[in-house]
Design a protein around this ligand. Structure first.
Ligand SMILES: Nc1nc2c(c(=O)[nH]1)N[C@H]1C(S)=C(S)[C@@H](COP(=O)(O)O)O[C@H]1N2
Ligand SMILES: [Mo]
Length: 317
């Protein structure tokens, strides 16, 4: 018998009803499309793996590393949230083979002295690749430990010379229904958007990840480049980024647009502020059975709490 607190929340527990209903429509589409496109079972999964194998050279170890067991590669790449490829955890690993992470262009615009369009490898090149072993805490109360490979977001931002009007940074995911089959359905408002305050984005813990476990990011984890903000709920870590825009006003983010009563702008991990429909005090580490206590700012309070000094974290959730 499953007990009330042991299993993960089910999709229907964490999902607004209108989204849940649209998901059933998507599932019907996804299963028939997969059979047509691959002529059988397993085709999508194979293609997604083929693009993820490339080993990344010259990755520097850093002291940014939690001393906890790594979540296995298999779990990190088959238990995903990436609604552009479906809303079940295994959907992205099956469906993300249609994403083409090269060639890939990133646009940098808004309040910066040096805006531009960059081919992704040119965008990454000025920076040394670093390994960052971070906890990832999903708002659905599960967590992982992931050995990312990435570049510090703050170093990237400095290159573009934000002006005094740049108070926030907005990130946008690719919009391409032909590559991202979920975007053919209005399961979320597309494209997926996220935002950070400029000082959050400049914090040394925030990175743009381009790989994990020493190899290029698998498509289902946000290839070719995604944000990782380890002290915030996982949904802030937007995948497959095509645009970085510097703005004066606080931008909206997708989950806030979708369900404003449940998700705010900051979304800092906070065991003391429950989600309206479930507790955030504990979490299930993927691969473990007993629940763990969730830590303030996901365990990064010493490094980031000062960013929020004087703010009421119950209101600014
Ligand atoms: N574009 C986009 N980015 C996204 C999501 C998404 O659905 N679309 N899901 C978010 C959520 S809810 C989480 S928990 C993390 C999961 O990252 P992972 O699958 O690499 O563990 O990605 C985030 N980034
Ligand atoms: Mo999440």
């Amino acid at each position: 018998m499953l007990t009330k607190n042991a299993p993960d929340l089910r999709y229907s527990d964490v999902t607004p009803e209108r989204l849940y209903l649209r998901r059933r429509e998507f599932m019907k589409m996804a299963s028939s499309a997969a059979l047509v496109a691959t002529g059988g079972l397993g085709g999508f999964a194979c293609r997604a793996e083929a693009q993820s194998g490339q080993k990344l050279e010259g990755v520097r170890k850093t002291s940014f590393a939690v001393d906890e067991a790594l979540t296995p590669f298999k779990d990190i790449t088959t238990y995903n949230n990436f609604y552009e490829f479906g809303s079940q955890k295994e959907d992205p690993s099956h469906n993300a083979g249609s994403l083409k992470p090269r060639p890939w262009t990133i646009k940098v615009d808004g309040a910066v002295a040096k805006p531009g369009q960059f081919e992704v490898d040119e965008f990454i090149k000025p920076h040394a690749l670093e390994e960052r072993i971070y906890r990832l805490r999903c708002v659905e109360a599960w967590s992982m430990v992931i050995p990312w490979v990435g570049i510090p977001l703050g170093d990237v931002i400095k290159r573009f010379e934000p002006t005094s009007k740049a108070r926030y940074v907005e990130f946008t995911t690719l919009f391409s229904p032909s590559q991202m089959p979920g975007q053919r359905y209005e399961i979320l408002p597309w494209p997926y958007l996220e935002g950070l305050r400029l000082d959050e984005a400049m914090h040394p813990l925030a990175i743009l990840a381009v790989g994990l476990y020493g190899q290029a990011l698998p498509n289902q984890d946000g290839a070719p480049i995604r944000l990782v903000v380890p002290w915030k709920y996982g949904f802030k870590s937007i995948k497959s980024i095509v645009r970085i825009r510097f703005v004066e006003k606080q931008p909206m983010n997708t989950w806030q647009v979708m369900t404003p009563s449940e998700y705010g702008f900051y979304s800092n991990v906070n065991p003391e502020v429950d989600h309206p429909r479930w507790t955030q005090a504990t979490e299930r580490r993927i691969g473990e059975f007993r629940r763990r206590k969730t830590l303030m700012f996901n365990g990064y309070a010493d490094q980031v709490a000062s960013l929020y000094a004087g703010m009421d974290l119950r209101k600014n959730y």
